[in-house]
Design a protein around this ligand. Structure first.
Ligand code: GTR
Length: 326
């Protein structure tokens, strides 16, 4: 109701002023973000909205609601598809069940390093996946970094067998469920915002994430053992809703894309710095880190995941393209 009223008010204001721009241009765009304001993703999004405001002389007004104020990730994806959220920054995992090709970038132990990942997402593979997301109403403009994800638990884990029978929180994604099963653990899908209390109460035994999220959520307080198995490098997208996108002219599309890409450059730099800082902060806060040099014992267990998710010709071809990206 409030939203309808807002739309009506905006439309009335435009009519009164006799603007020639369309209502969609004059209204403020609502942006979703799961992270707190000081997180690299949030700062990247802030850079994006500032650049858009400057370059459109205030004609395009974008406001990001940080800290999951507009809901958890699965709901936000639905809202973007319906057009009630105009832009957002999403991890690809919760999109895995919706657009199969996104699973490829989630696959365990696929990328050699962050440069490899950048070349893949900024190249033809990234473009192909973006085109498929556009078909379901989500238009990716740029790729943001999310580092490597590793397990953290209430009890110490030093090898895959230690995870046997543990309840491990995963995002809503079949691939993630199978990845955790392949290690002998029990996958438990939960929204990000419920992980802290679930760890604290013992509803789950562990979860997995990158350094900055492990730190910003303070999960290290309730699951202090972190092991750098680095099982996935699933990246993130800065995207706008297809509802908005379709109404833009080519010049505005270019303006948004350029701003998004520049914001990604900024975000990637902040990300690299924050990964180190977060690692130091959690250790100072009592986290006990097991650093792995050799991850072959972990990656060897991932064959069933590849057999299931990378076997059909299209997925196999994407994996091949990724492996062959220099
Ligand atoms: C974070 C990611 C979020 C969300 C979260 C999670 O690393 O940036 O978008 O996917 O992990 O595990 O739910």
């Amino acid at each position: 109701m409030t939203r309808r009223l807002m739309n009506w008010a905006a439309a009335a204001a435009i009519a009164l002023l006799g603007w020639t721009s369309t209502p969609s241009q004059a209204q403020e765009w609502r942006g979703w973000n799961i992270h707190p304001p000081d997180y690299p993703v949030s700062k990247g999004m802030d850079r994006f909205t500032e650049l858009v405001a400057q370059r459109s002389n205030g004609r395009l007004k974008l406001k990001t609601y940080h800290s999951a104020q507009l809901g958890q990730q699965d709901e936000a994806i639905q809202q973007m598809r319906l057009g009630s959220i105009d832009f957002a920054e999403f991890n690809l995992s919760p999109l895995n069940n919706l657009v199969a090709s996104t699973q490829v970038l989630t696959l365990p132990y696929l990328f050699r390093d962050v440069e490899h990942l950048h070349r893949v997402v900024d190249g033809p593979v990234g473009d192909q996946i973006a085109a498929e997301l556009e078909k379901v109403g989500i238009v990716p403009l740029a790729w943001y970094d999310a580092g490597a994800r590793s397990f953290y638990t209430r009890n110490k884990v030093t090898k895959p067998e230690d995870l046997k029978g543990m309840k491990i929180r995963v995002q809503t994604s079949d691939l993630w469920i199978d990845l955790v099963k392949a290690l002998g653990a029990n996958p438990t899908p939960l929204p990000f915002g419920e992980v802290y209390t679930s760890l604290q109460s013992g509803v789950i035994d562990g979860a997995e994430n990158n350094w900055p999220s492990y730190e910003s959520t303070r999960h290290f307080e309730v699951a202090k053992y972190y092991i750098t198995d680095e099982h996935s490098n699933v990246p993130e997208i800065l995207a706008v809703s297809a509802t908005r996108w379709r109404r833009l002219n080519d010049a505005d599309k270019k303006l948004l894309k350029d701003a998004a890409r520049e914001s990604a450059t900024h975000q990637r730099q902040l990300w690299a710095e924050r990964e180190k800082v977060s690692r130091e902060r959690v250790i100072a806060g009592g986290a006990v880190v097991t650093d792995l040099e050799d991850r072959s014992g972990w990656s060897a267990l991932m064959k069933p995941v590849y057999d299931k998710y990378a076997a059909d010709p299209k997925m196999a071809d994407l994996v091949k393209q990724i492996r062959e990206t220099k």
